[in-house]
Every structure is written in structure tokens, then in C-alpha cells.
Ligand binder design. Structure first.
Ligand SMILES: [Zn+2]
Length: 184
């Protein structure tokens, strides 16, 4: 994503017209302006913004489509130490614009429906919904950065060899297998 625009993304647009004009909108949405999302995260830096790029177009079947990219720096609650964990949420999505449930059902599988009323769309809600979708269900610090790592190491005498926990497949050591369960 480019640094082209630091202007706020417009809230209310006519997405059908934008699709017919093959328009691209770039801008930012202040995270403080997304109430439901703010409640779902641990916190954010004052003034933090979600960077957004939305491309509106008509596909080969003349469906109105918006494809988007988002990037939002946030703090989530690490589920190991229950402390703040800084991370950047990234989302890419492609939505088909529809005005009814019937239209939504006719979309091909690769398009998620975005329901609009009266040919206006609230882009901030669109951004908020997509951010909520990419929230990890079980955020964890990297092992080396988690303040709770000492607790883990107490169960794991040879902590220098701890990395195999990340590997997939059968693990012959039941201690490591137990740790694996707590990790996911
Ligand atoms: Zn942690």
C-alpha cells in the first residue's frame, strides 16, 4: 500500500457509481472512530489510524465489486500473559455489492456480499466489519517477547530446545505436546 493519502476515507459514498467509474479510494479511518472494533481490542495508540485502499469496479459479469486492503496497528491481549501485545492487522477482501438477500445468494462463492441500502454505503462500517473478521481468536506474543515465558520455562527444563513446539506432526514428548495444546 502506498503512503499516498493521509486524508480520512469518506464515510458515505455511492458504491455503484464508484464501480461504474472504476474508482479507487485511499485514505485513513481513525481507530477511535470505530466503536465496536475499539471494544473488541485491548487498546491502540492515541491517533492510530487504519490505512485503507478500496478499488471499485465492474467484473466480467457486470457485477459491482469492491476489493480492499486494510492495515491497522492495534494492541491485543496476549492470551498467555494477559498483557498488551502490539500487532498490525492486515486484511484483503473482495465484496460484491448487493441491495437484497436474493442478490446476495446469487453471488459466486469468491465474493462476500456487501449489503447496501438506497445506493449508499458506509465505508467506515465496511472497514470495521473487515477488521473484526481478521482479529485473531487467540493472540499470543512471540515466545521470546512474552512476559509469561518464565512460567512456561518452569515446565520445560531444557528451554534452549524449546522451538520444536512450533513443528507440526507427532511429537514423542508428552510435555511438549501439552505445551502445544496450551499454545493454540
Ligand atoms: Zn504474552
Amino acid at each position: 500500500m502506498s503512503n499516498a493519502s493521509h486524508a480520512e476515507l469518506p464515510k458515505s459514498v455511492d458504491p455503484y457509481r464508484l464501480a461504474e467509474q472504476a474508482s479507487t479510494l485511499e485514505g485513513v479511518v481513525p481507530i477511535s472512530g470505530l466503536g465496536r472494533f475499539c471494544e473488541a481490542i485491548f487498546g491502540f495508540t492515541e491517533g492510530a489510524v487504519c490505512r485503507v485502499k478500496l478499488s471499485f469496479f465492474m467484473d466480467g459479469e457486470r457485477r459491482r465489486v469492491v476489493s480492499g486492503e486494510l492495515e491497522a496497528p492495534v494492541e491485543l491481549e496476549c492470551q498467555r500473559c494477559m498483557g498488551a501485545m502490539s500487532t498490525t492487522l492486515v486484511s484483503r477482501f473482495t465484496l460484491g455489492l448487493v441491495t437484497s438477500d436474493e442478490q446476495a445468494q446469487q453471488l459466486p462463492k469468491e465474493l462476500e456480499p456487501f449489503l447496501t441500502n438506497d445506493f449508499t454505503a458506509n465505508l467506515w462500517s465496511m472497514v470495521e466489519d473487515e477488521l473484526l473478521l481478521v482479529l485473531p481468536p487467540f493472540p499470543l506474543h512471540d515466545r521470546d517477547e512474552c512476559p509469561a515465558r518464565e512460567d512456561l520455562e518452569a515446565y520445560e527444563p531444557d528451554s534452549s530446545a524449546a522451538e520444536p513446539v512450533r513443528t507440526s506432526g507427532e511429537n514423542p514428548f508428552s510435555v511438549l505436546a501439552d505445551l502445544k495444546k496450551t499454545k493454540h
